[in-house]
Design a binder for this molecule. Sequence first.
Ligand SMILES: Nc1ncnc2c1ncn2[C@@H]1O[C@H](COP(=O)(O)OP(=O)(O)OP(=O)(O)O)[C@@H](O)[C@H]1O
Ligand SMILES: [Mg+2]
Length: 304
Amino acid sequence: MIEVQHLTKRYGNFIAVDNISFTAKKGEVVGLLGPNGAGKTTTMRMLTGFMPPSEGSAKIAGFDVQNDSVEVRKRVGYLPERVPIYPDMTVNDYVLFWARLRGVANAKKQTANVLNNVNLYDRRNTLVRNLSKGMRQRLGLAQALVHSPEVVILDEPTIGIDPQQVIEVRNSVRELGKEHTVLFSTHILSEAEQVCDRVIIINKGKIVAQGAPDTLRKQLQKGDHLYAQISGANAATANKLLGAIPGVEGVNPQGDGYTIRVKAGQDIRGDVAQKVIEGGYRLLELRPVAMTLEDMFLDLVSKE
Ligand SMILES: Nc1ncnc2c1ncn2[C@@H]1O[C@H](COP(=O)(O)OP(=O)(O)OP(=O)(O)O)[C@@H](O)[C@H]1O
Ligand SMILES: [Mg+2]
């Protein structure tokens, strides 16, 4: 449904999206996850035909985003980062306008349906200017869905809305995924994990990892982690002490202690205790830590 090949976008000499390739199948929810400036919005603009790629190509439902942009726009629903607002239109007229623009049959009925789905039907006669931020976001969603597109592209749909509505939007994304192909961007890892079948992590325009959340976790969790708190040793000493133990791959300060990255499958707890005591320090705490996807994500994007 979405096929992206070697997609690249340059602004002058700056490469915002750097040779990315991925696919999203029918009925799949794919998350584009990355920190600010990673290239999520730029990628989505190219996929929706709003901006030409510098290199590479992308197809939506078999149509090329550059050469068949009219066909692409019929088949894609796009919630942009900033929803364009026509402040003096009513909610109903705004969605109806988009429905007619796209040649939707039964535009009025379809508008009512979609307003119902995003919980804005009661507000159909409200002027757009008087909507709250969360309502505007849902209006954007209605606009993106009114023509029942095969592919739905949502740029950070949960940003700036309250926690209750975040849950609702996440649920609707999952629900959408049953019948549509959904690509949505976020910089919140747990959100991607909750909602997506597959996560694509991008950083500085490049794909740095991708896969099902579970698979990603296994892939990224190279080795195990221990947390140790040592009294009397400063960071340099602790680093030297712990770093000398066979199997230790890294030592990072964390809170009052250190996280020790250990080669997978090695139990070095005894060695840690022994080294600390031999060094004349006191071991206050030693325990294994489960690394969260959030930690791995930070690890991954801060490496660059
Ligand atoms: N029109 C433009 N001209 C020049 N540089 C741009 C333009 N649009 C985006 N960029 C740059 O391209 C990079 C990627 O931007 P993009 O908006 O795609 O990131 P993003 O992942 O959507 O970030 P955010 O999470 O903040 O929305 C950034 O460094 C940004 O400054
Ligand atoms: Mg963005």
